[in-house]
Write a protein that binds this ligand. Structure first.
Ligand code: FE
Ligand code: FE
Ligand code: ZN
Length: 297
């Protein structure tokens, strides 16, 4: 069975328990959360996150903690040439890893960073230094950092497999590093994800080893390959299309790897609704029942 879900919210009173309920309402068997708003550093105490209740509900529904993923906030930049920002990123990522572990989650996705004018070489050096420090400070914590493949928007690092490989080979404790393969980002950078995914994966395998992939982000793209825009589109409505994404979701080499949707909410009259139940049903080849598992919400 494929492992598929979406990013879900963690807020209000139910926190982590609410995230699991939301995922179940989409018929998901995997999920991704941010430990708080991705744009800020305010975080609830772990005691208030309903971890035990969340774990019980996961178990009742046969969802493994291996298929629950945390995404680090975007406000950190390990590639920053500004020492204050660099150290902030180290400290906050360290605390996010501790929080991820307290949630019982085994991997945290990280955008490697942006060089903001200093160039790739210096940035990669800085990221390696930062990751070494973070991994050293969290030695006893069984959480992997999944570096995300980036679209190459602005000065983003991690847009090529080669850049990611340089980071991984530079880091001492690199058995704790893995890769989050984002279909929109790799397509937007210029990899032929739609036209020839197997060839993209062969290249990835040569440079990074395909066993490094610990999670996929399954997104369609609003732009053609090479645009470097990073604008996600709903499945089947973008330049990658349903068929190519469906093949990736069902790829025999990655059956055990969780796939996470980060597609945009859909405008419906005067509010916005999540597309995930329908998108997940389509990938599972199930007919779409718009009432879903509403008993969970
Ligand atoms: Fe991301
Ligand atoms: Fe992503
Ligand atoms: Zn993106």
């Amino acid at each position: 069975m494929i492992k598929i879900g979406s990013h879900v919210n963690m807020r209000g009173k139910d926190m982590f328990l609410g995230s699991v309920k939301e995922a179940l309402s989409y018929g998901a068997n995997a999920l991704m959360i941010y430990t708080g708003a991705p744009q800020n550093t305010r975080r609830k105490k772990i005691e208030d996150m309903k971890v035990k209740e969340a774990h019980e509900l996961l178990k009742e529904n046969d969802i493994l903690l291996d298929d629950v993923i945390v995404h680090a906030p975007y406000i950190m930049n390990l590639a920053s040439p500004d020492s204050r920002k660099f150290h902030f990123a180290i400290d906050f990522l360290t605390s996010e890893i501790v929080r991820t572990d307290a949630l019982g989650v085994k991997q945290i996705i990280l955008h490697p960073g942006a060089h903001v004018g200093t160039g790739e070489k210096k940035a990669i050096h800085q990221i390696i230094k930062g990751l070494d420090e973070v991994l050293n400070q969290t030695k006893d914590v069984d959480v992997k950092i999944a570096l995300e493949t980036m679209a190459g928007k602005g000065t983003e690092i991690g847009k090529t497999f080669e850049e990611l490989a340089q980071i991984i080979s530079g880091v001492k404790d690199n058995h704790r590093l893995s890769i989050c393969f984002d279909t929109c980002h790799t397509h937007d950078y210029g990899y032929l994800v739609k036209e020839d995914f197997n060839q993209v994966i062969n290249h990835f395998d040569k440079i990074l080893g395909s066993e490094r992939i610990s999670v996929f982000h399954i997104n369609d793209s609003k732009n053609p390959s090479g645009s470097r825009k990073d604008r996600h589109q709903n499945i089947g409505f973008g330049y990658i299309g349903f068929d190519a994404l469906n093949q990736i979701v069902h790829h025999p080499d990655f059956v055990e790897i969780p796939k996470i949707l980060e597609t945009p909410y859909i405008k419906a009259e005067d509010n916005k609704i999540p597309p995930y139940l329908e998108e997940i049903c389509n990938f599972q080849n199930k007919s779409f029942n718009k009432f879903g598992n509403l008993n969970y919400l």
